[in-house]
Design a protein around this ligand. Structure first.
Ligand SMILES: [Zn+2]
Length: 271
């Protein structure tokens, strides 16, 4: 009897050890911090040189973008959507350790002709933070890599299998005073109208600050108008303890990051 009991005790201990280690192993593999990548304009390296954009913080070469997406694909990164990131922040879901979120700002036409086919090839998804007032500015012009052109309403529809659309203001990205965006220099009532307008067009709850600029007043207006997450361009990882209205992102631009820098960012070594 005694030996039977100790045998079953030993079995129990064994089972619980296996269970515990199983749980622990699972815990280790989930993400504690997630990099959100911020891209803007993507053009061929040749054109970056021709148009002297080597130091432009908003431009990345197509060649670099291709290499970066290939790296994420080959190394089996999980590309989370903004909805999933929000659920992660709310403690509703766990995400794999190797999780990355991809975002684009402004709404350049190059996103359709350069970035979109690559993202689609790898079955990746991304959030595109659009300045809604520039939609259709380039309506009747052909795509020209040498020019700055913006997405059209039709493009948004055509790319909806890859992109979801967030707000980057309706028309408050422009700077008037000291180059600061209208978003942080305008009366609160105007900010509210602008936020409601872009929300109505895009049906989104997510926002990216123009040039990363924010203050307590605009954060309050974001809350009042139903937005639930907002992103800066201050480098850093998104963790569960962060304020959902001041979430960091890594801006990825030509020559500033490089492949080694990119690998450090997505593998959690950039801070
Ligand atoms: Zn922007």
């Amino acid at each position: 009897m005694k030996s039977k009991l100790s045998t079953s005790m030993a079995l129990l201990v064994m089972i619980s050890t296996i269970l515990t280690s199983g749980v622990e192993a699972k815990k280790v593999e989930t993400a504690e911090k997630i990099p959100v990548l911020a891209y803007h304009h993507i053009i061929k390296e040749d054109y970056i040189k021709k148009t002297h954009q080597e130091n432009n913080q908003s431009t990345l070469s197509l060649e670099d973008f291709e290499k970066q997406m290939q790296y994420l694909y080959e190394n089996k990164f999980y590309i989370a959507s903004m909805d999933e990131l929000e659920k992660f922040l709310d403690g509703k879901i766990s995400l794999p350790k190797k999780t990355v979120v991809i975002s684009f700002d402004d709404g350049y036409l190059s996103n359709r002709y350069q970035a979109y086919p690559i993202l689609k090839r790898y079955k990746f998804n991304a959030e595109l933070f659009m300045i809604t007032s520039v939609l259709d500015h380039s309506k009747n012009t052909a795509y020209n890599e040498m020019k700055i052109q913006f997405l059209r309403t039709d493009d948004l529809k055509a790319m909806s299998d890859v992109f979801k659309y967030g707000s980057h203001t309706n028309d408050m990205h422009r700077g008037v005073e000291n180059n600061l965006p209208l978003f942080v220099t305008s009366p609160r009532e105007d900010v509210k109208k602008d936020l409601l307008k872009s929300r109505e067009i895009l049906k989104t709850r997510y926002f990216a600050y123009p040039s990363g600029c924010h203050n307590p007043d605009v954060i309050q207006e974001l809350k009042n108008t139903g937005y639930t997450m907002a992103f800066t361009i201050s480098p850093g990882y998104v963790t569960k303890t962060q304020d959902k209205y001041v979430l960091p992102r890594f801006n990825i631009s030509y020559q500033k990051v490089g492949m080694k820098g990119f690998e450090d960012i997505v593998n959690g070594r950039a801070n």
